[in-house]
Design a protein. Structure first.
Length: 187
């Protein structure tokens, strides 16, 4: 039976890579809206040619079984993608920002497109990196899958179970907020 590709990290110790180039951009992101309070801003970076190149080649590396999981970056940016990749099997991650010239908030929470997070078995790391060079697809090693702890840029962020509970309870928390009650009154 052929195993299907999932968006979830599978094994502790697998390497985590970001495929595609990051951009110093957090336009129209959840971070900009919810944390910084800016409701309207330009669209996040998008390049149709880069998107096509990424997905065409992502299909190739998946077919060759070079990756264990793949999850596109969208709402919430790289950080939310990493967290979502952990939830199903209660894995964690230890990662570090790889691009020195970008803002930390844009790197972790920007929603620029044409980027995917993948996990790669240790045994396939060299073959995966060789393939990325051959197909001219930018990738950077972010870190590794852990048993459940979260560490970002050397700083402990707790355990995946806490983050999963916050994620799962987000809508309930919003609805319990008096602002949400007032917003729902006309309904």
């Amino acid at each position: 039976v052929e195993e299907k590709m999932t968006m979830f990290f599978k094994e502790t110790g697998d390497f985590i890579y970001l495929i595609g180039k990051s951009h110093n951009d957090f336009n129209s992101s959840e971070y900009l809206h919810k944390i910084r309070g800016i409701e309207f801003s330009p669209c996040p970076h998008f390049d149709m040619d880069a998107e096509y190149h990424l997905h065409k080649n992502l299909h190739l590396i998946m077919k060759e079984k070079l990756v264990e999981s793949a999850h596109d970056i969208s709402e919430g940016g790289l950080m939310v993608t990493l967290l979502e990749s952990c939830f199903h099997l209660n894995k964690g991650f230890e990662v570090s920002k790889q691009e020195e010239d970008s803002r930390k908030d844009a790197y972790w929470f920007g929603e620029a497109q044409s980027r995917v997070v993948v996990s790669v078995q240790k045994e396939k790391q060299s073959e995966f990196e060789d393939c990325m060079r051959k197909i001219h697809l930018h990738c950077s090693l972010l870190g590794t899958v852990t048993e459940g702890s979260i560490k970002v840029d050397g700083e402990a962020w707790g355990d995946i179970s806490t983050w999963k509970q916050r994620y799962d309870d987000a809508i309930t928390t919003i609805l319990q907020n008096t602002e949400a009650e007032e917003a729902l009154t006309p309904l």
